[in-house]
Design a protein around this ligand. Structure first.
Ligand code: NIG
Ligand code: FE
Length: 408
């Protein structure tokens, strides 16, 4: 056998759903890599003979390998911060009140309009570095802090550039309908026209987005406006997804699922009927414990119902300066267990296999199987549950991207 490299002395949480062990675990395993992909995986004792002199062999010292962590919902290209708003909230104002008074998302919009592309790129690069240290290999980044054509395009260009220049792979999502910009106050329908007829065509022309998202909420866009944007996106051949049922139930989840949304995100207020619609359409449920925690939400997403209908549950950071100012994907493993009572296995699946599904990348990444990309991490842990159990001691020893060690 001739391989580019071989990993031995490892335990593997493959997260392969066809495996019948928890976490798809292979103890005392081995992985062989060829052309950036997994060419062989199994028990080390079954590893076929290979040329030991010609093949680099990496030894994992008995640690665990998991698929690279995938953060399927972030807003990580932004300028400024919202510590002042954080303080206001601690002094009694609510997230909605701040938004309605022109703060919140709109204050980040102001900072992003003023920031140069180079500044935004540098901020994004530093954030990706922080995530990579915790084993993240793929990230989704949304626009939505421009709310005018020029700035929305700028944010998406930065996200695309980050994907090109950073080891982490980036999927980009156009979230022009994130909030109503000050210029369109009381003219929301006109703004939706701008999103559909001006921003979207330019984004498509320049191939700047893989998907389109909308914030469907009382303080943002109603069901009808949301549907218009999603249908235009679909018509243009882009994937769709939705910020839905975060603060109230407007029915966005079932509407988006009917149109084939990859995921509906937040969904604390989703009802059983809508969950049924998700199951009929293969739509994932993206849980965002960082926003739930930071906004001190009390309405829990209905995990039992999501389990009942077998909905793929995704866990993501929602990293943004307002509702989830937490640049840590692995903290979400812990928070999803503590706050939402996911099992550690569900949490890890939510940041690997199911996260890949939510990004329409499940044929390439998300689990360790022959033919998939060799994106994985080596962790200094005794059992996979330790990833969700502890926080603050980063057990990530090495990160491998398409077969290349990018961090060690
Ligand atoms: O996912 N819900 C809407 N959008 C973001 C928050 C953005 C912000 O507050 O800046 C979210 O929570
Ligand atoms: Fe979000």
């Amino acid at each position: 056998m001739s391989w580019d490299q071989v990993w031995i002395d490892i335990n593997i949480a493959t997260m392969d759903p066809t495996s019948n062990t928890p976490y798809g675990a292979i103890t005392q395993g081995a992985i062989a890599i060829q052309a950036g992909k997994i060419a062989w995986i199994g028990k080390q004792k079954d590893l076929p003979e290979f040329d030991h002199l010609a093949t680099p062999v990496y030894r994992g010292k008995g640690g665990w390998i998991t698929p690279g962590i995938i953060d399927a919902h972030t807003h990580l290209v932004f300028a400024g911060n919202r510590a002042q708003e954080f303080e206001q909230r601690l002094n009694g104002a609510s997230y909605e009140e701040i938004a309605l008074a022109g703060g919140g998302i709109l204050s980040t919009v102001k900072a992003c309009r003023e920031a140069s592309e180079a500044e935004l790129f540098e901020l994004g690069r530093q954030r990706l570095n922080t995530l990579a240290k915790e084993g993240v290999t793929t990230v989704e980044i949304k626009s939505g802090y421009g709310l005018d054509t020029e700035t929305e395009l700028k944010l998406l260009r930065v996200a695309r550039d980050l994907g090109q220049y950073h080891h982490i792979d980036v999927k980009t999502t156009f979230l022009g309908a994130h909030a109503i910009p000050p210029e369109y106050k009381d003219k929301t329908d006109d703004y939706i026209e701008l999103v559909i007829n001006d921003m979207l065509p330019k984004i498509i022309e320049n191939n700047l987005a893989d998907a389109v998202d909308v914030f469907c909420e009382k303080i943002a866009f109603n069901l009808e406006q949301t549907e218009k944007v999603l249908l235009a996106a679909k018509k243009a051949g882009l994937d769709i997804k939705l910020h839905a049922e975060q603060l109230s139930n407007l029915g966005g989840s079932s509407m988006a699922a009917k149109h084939g949304a990859l995921s509906v995100d937040h969904i604390e207020f989703i009802d059983e009927k809508s969950i049924e619609v998700l199951s009929q359409n293969g739509t994932c449920a993206t849980l965002l414990p960082g926003a739930f925690y930071s906004l001190r939400e009390t309405q829990l997403p209905p995990i039992q119902l999501l389990r009942k209908y077998n909905i793929p549950m995704v866990v993501a950071s929602d990293y943004n300066p307002g509702s989830s100012p937490i640049c840590s994907s692995t903290l979400m493993l812990n928070m999803s267990c503590i706050l939402f009572k996911l099992t550690p296995e569900e949490a890890l699946k939510g940041m690997t296999f199911n996260a890949a599904k939510a990004l329409n990348m499940d044929s390439e990444i998300g689990s360790l199987e022959i033919g998939k990309k060799a994106d994985f991490c080596l962790w200094d842990i005794d059992t996979p549950a330790q990833l969700a159990y502890t926080y603050g001691v980063n057990p990530c020893l090495q990160v491998v991207k398409a077969g290349q060690v990018i961090l060690s």
